[in-house]
Design a protein around this ligand. Structure first.
Ligand SMILES: Cc1cc2nc3c(=O)[nH]c(=O)nc-3n(C[C@H](O)[C@H](O)[C@H](O)COP(=O)(O)OP(=O)(O)OC[C@H]3O[C@@H](n4cnc5c(N)ncnc54)[C@H](O)[C@@H]3O)c2cc1C
Length: 296
């Protein structure tokens, strides 16, 4: 399979990339890791006439700590996150998401920013990062702007990026301790997209939950926060009864659609099961225990 013909550009600066995007409008697409765009071009689902390859722009790679935030450059690959000691120490939920995304080859090329810009309803990064305080940093002709992740993705495969804008970084608040998070995913085959996935990030105050965030992936047109379940647990001790009630509220928050991966009922059931697993792992981590999340 070959994509339709296109013109290729490799700008050296963000400004140059923005100029190219502005000049070619809707006919131009940014190329980052190419792990979503190129398959779509080969399948002729996407047919951009101009490709703006941002891989040669300096300063967009890697991840670093800036004060109380983790900053991920637009060219930071899934594999960079999986290998980061900073992430392992402060945001293990992101380690889970990086490890559970696709396979080694895709993880070595695909970017976190590209995943958010692509906004696949079953994408792992939109789901995992929605459980955190995540901001998307955007450059455009009119200057820079920063948008909370929950506003950035507006629908399936749709973000609020304008044609002449690009994501330059993603930043995440580093949670204060004691806190823990976990992201779990149910997939038909290891390395596949999620049938359903779920992230939990919580803070502890003694035996009680201080802050609880629950995010659902592949269970609606976009990743979703299960706010009622969060409210049921906040400032409460996570007893069996409360967790049962929270799991019920998570199932209620899910908006799954039936497809080849499963029925609505099946996916809704999975949401509750994954919530229990993610919550248990997040709580263990908040209490200082080492937990490894594996492909389910
Ligand atoms: C075999 C296979 C399995 C996969 N499995 C999974 C999986 O299990 N879970 C999962 O989440 N994903 C999976 N993916 C997708 C993968 O994670 C992609 O890497 C990711 O969705 C997109 O990142 P990218 O850098 O490759 O983006 P690209 O493919 O380069 O671009 C994707 C889209 O985002 C836009 N874009 C990219 N970067 C920017 C930017 N900085 N600013 C603005 N727009 C931008 C592009 O123009 C394009 O529209 C899989 C892909 C393959 C090929």
């Amino acid at each position: 399979m070959y994509p339709a013909e296109f013109e290729y550009f490799a700008p050296r600066t963000v400004d140059e990339a923005i100029d190219l995007l502005a000049r070619h409008g809707e006919d131009a697409k940014i190329l980052a890791g190419g792990q979503s765009l190129l398959p779509m071009m080969k399948l002729r689902i996407a047919g951009p006439k101009y490709l703006v390859d941002v891989n040669r722009i300096d300063g967009l790679g890697g991840l670093r700590r800036e004060g109380d935030r983790l900053v991920i450059g637009a060219l930071c690959r899934h594999a960079d996150v999986a290998a980061s000691a900073l992430v392992r120490e402060h945001l293990p939920i992101m380690m889970d998401a990086a490890r559970l995304t696709a396979d080694v080859q895709v993880r070595n090329r695909g970017t976190v920013a590209g995943s958010l810009a692509h906004a696949d309803p079953a994408g792992d990064w939109p789901a995992a990062l929605l459980a955190l305080e995540t901001t998307v940093h955007i450059a455009g002709r009119g200057g820079a702007r920063a948008v909370p992740l929950q506003e950035f993705i507006v629908d399936a495969y749709t973000t609020q990026l304008a044609a002449a804008e690009m994501v330059v970084a993603v930043s995440i608040a580093i949670p204060s301790r004691p806190s823990g998070g976990a992201y779990v995913k149910f997939e038909k085959r290891a390395g596949d997209f999620a049938v359903a996935s779920l992230g939990v990030q919580l803070g502890l105050d003694g035996d009680r939950c201080r802050r609880v965030a629950v995010s659902l992936g592949a269970l609606g047109p976009t990743a979703i926060r299960a706010r009622a379940a969060e409210d049921a647990l906040e400032r409460q001790a996570p007893t069996t009864d409360r967790l049962d009630e929270a799991a019920r509220l998570v199932r209620e928050a899910a908006q799954p659609f039936a497809d080849t991966r499963g029925s609505v009922e099946y996916k809704r059931h999975l949401a509750g099961v994954l919530f229990r697993r993610a919550f248990a792992a997040a709580l263990d981590r908040a209490r200082g225990r080492q937990v490894d999340i594996i492909h389910l």
